[in-house]
Structures are given as structure tokens and as C-alpha cells.
Design a binder for this molecule. Structure first.
Ligand SMILES: NC(=O)c1ccc[n+]([C@@H]2O[C@H](COP(=O)([O-])OP(=O)(O)OC[C@H]3O[C@@H](n4cnc5c(N)ncnc54)[C@H](O)[C@@H]3O)[C@@H](O)[C@H]2O)c1
Length: 336
């Protein structure tokens, strides 16, 4: 196990890499701790939850809504949770987003920890303090930015992770490589999902490096006024089609990355758009999708990155180097 304490604006977050869930009893007081998970994780890992107070949610993005938040708050009240309680989200990004949000608002904020159990949550959702819920088709419309006290990575959870969820997680890993790390891009090119599924130490190193890559970006720009926006590469179009067509997050942002790469080719003379699209395909992810332009644009017009009649779009001038480009909606429409 490797412990790293990382400083953010208002707090320090303890990262436990390559750890076991058992370590949790050393970090928190079991009596004053409530775990939040979903039915899938709970039923597949029942032993891990023995002797812990646990709230079990229905799984999936459909339940990442205010009604679930209200129900968790009701259960916290019934369990007599107070300001000394620690809330720990054990699950994928849906669980960590909901738990992080609830912990920020319950009694105006209680201690929070994460045990991410999907690749996507390990490398992305558990990191950076953005937590919240959806409002209809508008993704992550309601939420907070507040760092957890700790993130504990126990990769044994991944033994039960379904194959489509591996693909979803690798979409974010490819995104990280595209915006910030050309050598990670090369490393990914020389492997595939099967390779990482069979090589636990390489996987663990890749996950750690990705968690630290995102952490570094967030540390520099916690409130997303600059560089943190790079993490939205592929996400502007991605989020719009994800909820509109109920397609998995990783697939949606892969399509978004393919579009953003082609736009970068035209706008910034990016040479490697085809290379990026091929890497996305190599990790079994889609790069094309037929969508209704008008419907997508009506969602983009409500995007958190819009500024009046324009939107900040993330493009690449080369692999490993992202830029923010402001487009009017009309300009952008001509590329879709
Ligand atoms: N807060 C952030 O910064 C941030 C960043 C990226 C994504 N997100 C959010 O994360 C969510 C997507 O995360 P996700 O892909 O982890 O989704 P998820 O939480 O829905 O998990 C995907 C599926 O895998 C199941 N699962 C989780 N762990 C498992 C395990 N170990 N074994 C078997 N099944 C398991 C879940 O029950 C679910 O069915 C989206 O809501 C997205 O908006 C948030």
C-alpha cells in the first residue's frame, strides 16, 4: 500500500493506493461511519460490508437524482447520523457523486471518504471534489466542489467489474493521455483491455498515474477557471448524447473525443486525429453516433461551459496538449 497526502485549497486528501478495504477500520471509527453503496456492489461483495452500517442504493445513472439524495438523507436521520459521522461512498461514479453531495449538505457538511470500485471512479469520478446529481437530461446540473478526506483504492473490487465498465473507464484514461500525457498515449497504443485485465501490476500503476494526473490538474485549478476545463475533452457533446440517448458515459465521451479530434484537425491542424480515433477503437469504444443535431444543441445551450451565445470547447493542438477554444453555437453547428 502507498499512502500519499495531497494538499488542495482548503484541505488535505489522503490517497491510499493499492490498499485493502480492511484498512478502512484504521482510517475511520466503525461505529460513527456509514457506507453508501449500490445493490450490484453490495451483492457481489457482501463479505466486505459485514459489520459496517450500510445504505444500499438502486444502481445506475437514472438514480443519480435529487430524490435519491432525499432518501439517503432520510436514512441518515433514521441512523442518527450527526456531525461526527463519516460517510463513505463505496461504488462507481454514481455512488461517489451522490455520497459526496449528501456529505456536503447533510448538517452543512460531514466527513467524507471514497472507495471507488469502477475504473472510471478510480481514475476520475472520486477525484477532484465535484459531486452532484442530474436534473432531467442535464448532467451534473446540481452539485458542489468539496474534497473528500480520503480515497482508498482496493482493486480487488475490479474482479467483478463487467466488461462494458472496463471500456467506460478506459475512455477517461485515453482522455487523460490526449490532454496531458503523450507517453501514456504511446503506452496505451502498445496494449489493450485484455492486456490490462491480465496484468494487475501494470493496471495498478496505470490507475495510480491517472489518479495523480487528474489530481495535479485539479490542484492547480480547483474551481475550474482554467486548466481543469481540459478534463472536459470529449465531454461537451458526450454529456449531451449520454442522457439524451441513454448511452454509457464512456461510449458517449469516446464519440465526443472523436468529434473534438476532427474539429481540432480543422481548427488547429492537429496531425493525429486518426491516431486518437484508432486508439479509442482499440479499447472497444465507439467513435460515431447518429444524433439529432437540434436536440443536442438545445442541451448544449444549457451546458455549464456556455457563455451567452458561445461555448468553451476543448481541442488538442497535439497529443498531450489541450487548448480551450470558444465557439459560437452557429460555428460549432457547422462541424456536426
Ligand atoms: N465527480 C466527477 O468528477 C465525475 C467524473 C467522471 C464521471 N462522473 C460520474 O460518474 C458516473 C459514471 O461512473 P461509473 O461508470 O463508475 O458508473 P456507475 O456508478 O453507474 O457504475 C457502473 C456500473 O457498474 C456497477 N459496479 C460498480 N462497481 C462494480 C464492481 N466492482 N463490480 C461489479 N459491478 C460494479 C454499478 O452498480 C453500475 O451498474 C456518471 O454519473 C458521471 O457523471 C463524475
Amino acid at each position: 500500500m502507498l499512502k500519499k497526502s495531497i494538499k488542495f485549497n482548503a484541505t488535505t486528501v489522503d490517497y491510499y493506493f493499492n490498499a485493502k478495504l480492511a484498512v478502512l477500520s484504521k482510517i475511520v471509527d466503525r461505529v460513527n461511519t456509514i457506507l453508501v453503496t449500490d445493490e450490484n456492489v453490495f451483492s457481489l461483495h457482501q463479505n466486505k460490508f459485514k459489520n459496517w452500517n450500510t445504505i444500499v442504493l438502486k444502481p445506475g445513472e437514472t438514480f443519480k437524482v435529487q430524490a435519491t439524495v432525499d432518501s439517503v438523507i432520510q436514512q441518515l436521520i433514521e441512523l442518527n447520523a450527526d456531525r461526527t459521522t463519516t460517510l463513505v461512498g463505496v461504488g462507481g461514479g454514481v455512488v461517489t457523486d451522490i455520497t459526496g453531495y449528501v456529505a456536503s449538505v447533510y448538517m452543512r457538511g460531514i466527513r467524507l471518504g471514497f472507495v471507488p470500485t469502477t475504473i472510471l471512479a478510480l481514475v476520475d469520478a472520486s477525484i477532484g471534489g465535484k459531486n452532484g446529481v442530474d436534473a432531467g437530461v442535464y448532467k451534473n446540473m446540481i452539485g458542489v466542489i468539496r474534497q473528500p478526506a480520503f480515497i482508498l483504492q482496493d482493486l480487488s473490487f475490479l474482479k467483478t467489474l463487467p466488461h462494458p465498465e472496463w471500456k467506460n473507464g478506459f475512455a477517461e484514461i485515453i482522455k487523460h493521455a490526449c490532454i496531458k500525457d503523450a507517453s501514456m498515449f504511446k503506452q496505451l497504443e502498445s496494449a489493450d483491455l485484455n492486456y490490462y485485465q491480465k496484468k494487475p501490476s501494470e493496471l495498478s500503476e496505470l490507475i495510480k498515474n491517472n489518479a495523480l494526473l487528474k489530481t495535479k490538474i485539479v490542484q492547480k485549478d480547483e474551481m475550474e477557471t482554467g486548466e481543469r476545463k481540459f478534463l472536459n475533452f470529449g465531454h461537451t457533446l458526450g454529456h449531451a448524447i449520454e442522457n439524451l440517448y441513454s448511452i454509457p458515459h464512456g461510449e458517449a465521451i469516446s464519440i465526443g473525443m472523436a468529434y473534438a479530434s476532427r474539429i481540432s484537425e480543422k481548427e488547429l491542424k492537429l496531425k493525429d486525429a486518426t491516431k486518437i480515433i484508432n486508439l479509442v477503437k482499440q479499447y472497444e469504444l465507439p467513435t460515431e453516433f447518429k444524433f439529432d443535431k437540434e436536440k443536442v444543441f438545445s442541451i448544449l445551450k444549457m451546458d455549464k461551459k456556455k457563455v451567452k451565445d458561445s461555448i468553451d470547447y476543448i481541442l488538442l493542438n497535439k497529443i498531450g496538449s489541450a487548448v480551450i477554444q470558444r465557439f459560437s453555437f452557429n460555428q460549432l453547428k457547422s462541424y456536426f
